[in-house]
Write a protein of this length. Structure first.
Length: 143
């Protein structure tokens, strides 16, 4: 993996729809204070680019768990993998609950029905390929 691909990966990890929705909500609620939240992540991205990227490049690894395995062994990589899996499940649950809450507030649906609708919507979306290249090509060719 080249350095520019890894750099784009770090940046794109910061640009999820959850981040965008959260920034809009913070800007609405706190006005200019939301700006400090977005600008505070830039030093961390610079640290990753200037300090950590050379470590990844020198050690010929592609991820933090891969680097942890090289530096501390398989146990550290396993703990990082389990932690990341747990975090991903929790964040996904929070995102689906946020979607259900929006359905509840905008359409007046029962929260339990909204949770089921959001869960089924996400399950169908993932089953059909999500935002993979194949599904986006399929969608653009039909229009």
């Amino acid at each position: 993996m080249t350095a520019w691909v890894a750099g784009l990966s770090f940046i794109s990890a910061n640009l999820s729809s959850l981040e965008d929705d959260g920034l809009v909500a913070m800007a609405y609620q706190y006005a200019c204070w939301a700006l400090t939240r977005t600008s505070s992540c830039h030093p961390a991205i610079l640290f990753l680019a200037v300090v950590m990227m050379p470590f990844y490049y020198i050690s010929r690894t592609h991820s933090v768990p891969g680097y942890l395995q090289l530096r501390y062994g398989e146990g550290a990589r396993t703990v990082a993998g389990i932690s990341f899996t747990f975090l991903t499940v929790m964040v996904s649950g929070a995102s689906m609950f946020a979607m259900a809450k929006i359905l509840n507030l905008l359409l007046g649906w029962d929260i339990h029905l909204s949770i089921w609708v959001s869960s089924v919507t996400v399950a169908v979306y993932v089953t059909l390929g999500g935002s993979s290249r194949r599904s986006s090509t399929r969608c653009s060719s039909s229009s």
